[in-house]
Design a protein around this ligand. Sequence first.
Ligand code: BES
Ligand code: MN
Ligand code: ZN
Length: 479
Amino acid sequence: MTLDDFPCLLPQAAVGGHPVRVVHALRPAQLPQLAALTDGRAAAFATDMGFGAKYGEVLLLPGDQGVESALLGLGDGRDDGGCDPFVFGALLPRLPAGAWRVQAPADVGAGDIVLGFCLGAYRMPAFGRAQSSDSDGPRLVVTEQAVAAAEVAACICQGRDLINTPPNLMGPMDLADAARLTLSALGADVKVITGEELLRDYPTVAHVGMGSDRPPCVVVAQWRGSRADVNAPLLSLAGKGVCFDTGGYDIKPASSMLRMKKDMGGAALMLSLARLVMLRDLPLRLELRLGCVENSVSGHAMRPSDVIVTRSGQTVEVGNTDAEGRLVLCDLLSAACDSGPDLLIDAATLTGAARVALGPDLPALFCNDDAVAVHLLAAGDMCADPMWRLPLWNGYREWLRSPVADMNNISSRPMAGAVTAALFLQNFVKTGVRWAHIDTYGWNDSARPGRPEGGESLCLRATYGGILKIFDFDGIKDD
Ligand code: BES
Ligand code: MN
Ligand code: ZN
């Protein structure tokens, strides 16, 4: 990608003689120095207007020609003194059109400013409505180095787009097509498995999908970095791509069904992560599997009490057709383990229970390897993209017992639902394979700076940063 792909950014070289206005970004503690940062008039105006440098607070400062400059509050920031990138997302909706640059405290990374600004520039896909052009608004003046942060924003925004697209326009094959397009453009070898081949290789995915007139498929992508040889570490990614989850026969109440276009959020996240790994040309071998399927109610839908012979040979009783995500993932995990990955990561909007435990902003991390977990959590904390670890508590394994199959897809107890879902998945991960499972919400419930309401690629930056640490790629540029 190049800077030309980002209409909200203006390359320094293209500014020419045009005026560039300044946004002064500051914390409350810097308010006494406002007059030195700007000038006496501006400082007096800001005081009169009650500007407190609160998180995301924007104040436009008037001059002879209209708006002369602007102030952005960074709030008191995080305990580590760092600042989260999202705050710069408050700018685009407020600044007048024209060229702008941001003057921020020295500890704020230039990449964070670009990332946040771009995330705040996100707009829903148009879905047929007329929309004005992005380059008509304010633009951030940047150097060529900004492209790295802008690429991260592009990956996050692609995830948002895929999740936000209404389910009539984003069926299993639409999701697979989007993945195929993105991945093959970056040099991956992509297959979309359907029909007889799907029944043979991913029988559980086929079983979940048989209730819908839009047939299920599995995207399998393989890629090797230009600096990776055949012995390079293998990273394997898997994502739940349930394009709409009605719950099947154990149907969801209307209020819970309403959001279920986002049930492909795990697939969207893993696609974005694969894209970022490929954009950065990490010295890895990469495999990606997306289970693309719709969980519908119909005369040919799966029933509660069905027994499925999964790809691994283990049998599963369908205790509840609404616990379909773990069914989709189980075959993907078995297939992934066949290649002997050095690290296997899956992501899914798997349980409501994870949301009850941690709320919308903290994806739950389950991991069978402490060192991997520590790296992922630390990476998330570093970049304001946190996850929280929950246990693969063996004591609850027996809650998945079934009298007719090797296991049930639901727990016998109405407790620790995110844990029992993760334990179910672990049955399909070969011993010795380092595995991280992310149970995410994939959605912003409310609009905040840089985080519009709607689909969200939670923990993309955390997982990417974690991968750099886990494989010791610290020398590789990661911003
Ligand atoms: N996609 C849902 C989980 C979900 C619900 C994610 C709400 C985010 C927000 C999943 O397929 C599901 O329905 N899970 C059930 C499992 C239950 C039947 C064991 C759940 O969590 O209620
Ligand atoms: Mn469900
Ligand atoms: Zn689901």
